[in-house]
Design a protein around this ligand. Structure first.
Ligand SMILES: Cc1cc2nc3c(=O)[nH]c(=O)nc-3n(C[C@H](O)[C@H](O)[C@H](O)COP(=O)(O)OP(=O)(O)OC[C@H]3O[C@@H](n4cnc5c(N)ncnc54)[C@H](O)[C@@H]3O)c2cc1C
Length: 430
């Protein structure tokens, strides 16, 4: 990997914005198909996080260190790394300007910059993370504090919150709760702890097939389920959380709850630089076709991962399937051939309902259940020890050594030769 800190305009075949799961997986899939591509990556962070591991850090199963690697060690040698954030997009000029003032021009752009955790949307939250019993597995480095709180709590009230959708890994707020409850149950203190799940949503999980199994665990752990109950503010010093609850008649009521432990999942929005650009839809997300992942207005721009407006579950599992689709279609675009690779909306959410068992939710666009394994091996709607083994032992190496290295295990794209022709016409390079 080269680094470049000069500020003149540089030309590349492909510029990738963001070196998270989606950016690095796409780079690997591009280079696997066409090693000669001249690729630049803009990524400000020194560290790359395996975020799906943070649930297990918060549950005392993984160490935080196992979820972090140096960015420099993961970027392929052929790629030029700009250690700077994208500051503005200029799709009409085929350019991106970075915070360090470098201008990168491209034949094709891949935007994979993730989403923004909007801590400041909840007054009293940002400054109190990591103290007064306030934690979040979503905050880089804070999952060990979750585990510390879980071990310390012997009695009192524990609240787990979930904001309005979209959020990444929609099951993660309750995964943290179930693993905490499992620990308290095993240590005979659960009976002394009042557990509340306060979710802005109207259902415990968005895909109905998985709800019965989750409801059983809600019952087993005697969890107080507060749906349509959204965290709106926090007074950490008095350990008070404030919620707005939607009533049956549509009116809303503000309520407050004392807590001894509060696990917050923050509201999640599109990154500011994206929201303010010509690439965003009305809600601020990258406006791409859900099948080809090509931008709806700018043909030589693609997006995947958490920043895209595709209606799939925002997960690394989705990225695993999306990256080969973007790589295939982008190379077709550069060679003036019609695009054929399509993403079907696959996403997966391994719900850690107890230590050693997982309800493995896997589904496509529209919530259509799509299990990877035959039902006799893994019935995703039931708690399964094999699914836990997969999550704990198989998925981390799959991520580091397959997905980020261009080995597209269980990620072969499907192809269609009937994609709308008007889009194909727009795909021709000038
Ligand atoms: C607690 C938790 C549990 C999860 N559990 C699971 C799970 O069990 N299974 C699963 O599949 N997924 C899970 N996920 C979700 C998964 O981690 C994300 O969906 C995935 O990381 C998305 O990849 P991404 O590349 O889009 O975003 P990220 O991996 O977040 O990467 C975005 C990158 O863009 C960079 N960036 C930001 N702004 C800029 C800019 N202006 N310019 C350039 N670069 C920029 C960032 O530094 C970062 O490196 C979980 C996430 C969390 C937080």
């Amino acid at each position: 990997m080269n680094t470049d800190n000069t500020t003149t305009t540089k030309n590349y075949d492909v510029v990738v914005i963001g070196g998270g799961a989606a950016g690095l997986a796409t780079i690997a899939s591009l280079l696997k198909r066409q090693p000669s591509l001249k690729i630049a990556l803009a990524e400000p962070s020194d560290q790359h996080y395996y975020q799906p591991g943070w649930t297990l850090v918060g549950g005392g199963v993984f160490k935080q260190a196992s979820t972090v690697k140096n960015m420099a060690d993961l970027i392929p040698a052929a790629v030029t790394w700009y250690k700077s954030a994208a500051a503005s997009f200029q799709p009409e000029l085929n350019q991106v300007v970075l915070q360090d003032n470098s201008t990168l021009s491209y034949r094709a752009l891949v935007v994979a910059m993730g989403l923004k955790l909007d801590w400041s949307a909840i007054p009293g939250l940002a400054d109190n993370l990591g103290q007064h019993g306030v934690t979040s597995n979503y905050a880089p480095g804070l999952a060990p504090y979750t585990w510390q709180l879980v071990q310390q709590l012997q009695q009192g009230t524990a609240i787990f919150t979930q904001p309005p959708m979209p959020i990444k890994c929609a099951g993660a707020p309750q995964k943290a709760m179930y693993l905490s409850c499992d620990h308290w149950l095993r240590h005979h203190v659960l009976k002394n702890i009042n557990v509340h799940f306060c979710s802005a949503g109207a259902a415990i999980f968005g895909v109905a097939d998985y709800v019965p199994a989750l409801q059983q665990y809600v019952k087993k752990y005697a969890i107080n389920l507060n749906l349509q109950t959204n965290l709106i503010a926090l007074d950490a010093s008095s350990q008070t959380a404030y919620f707005r609850q939607t009533q049956a008649d549509g009116s809303s009521k503000d309520i407050e709850k004392h807590f001894d432990m509060l696990h917050v999942t923050p509201p999640q929005v599109a990154p500011d630089v994206l929201r303010q650009s010509l690439l965003a839809d009305n809600a601020g997300w990258m406006n791409v076709f859900p099948d080809t992942l090509q931008h709806q207005q700018w043909p030589n721009v693609f997006a995947l991962g958490d920043c895209a407006n595709t209606p799939n579950a925002k997960t690394a599992a989705a990225v695993r399937k999306q990256a080969p689709v973007v790589a295939e279609n982008l190379i077709k675009l550069l060679t003036n051939k019609p695009m054929q690779a399509v993403y079907d909306g696959y996403g997966s959410c391994p719900l850690t309902v107890e230590r050693g068992k997982i309800v493995l939710a896997e589904f496509l666009y529209g919530g259509k259940v799509e299990p990877t394994f035959p039902k006799w091996l893994v019935d995703g709607t039931k708690p399964s020890a094999l699914s836990w083994f997969l999550k704990e032992k198989m998925l981390p190496p799959l991520y580091w050594y397959a997905m980020l290295k261009g080995h597209e295990w269980l990620a072969t794209p499907s192809y269609r030769d009937d994609l709308p022709q008007d889009r194909h016409q727009k795909n021709q390079l000038k």
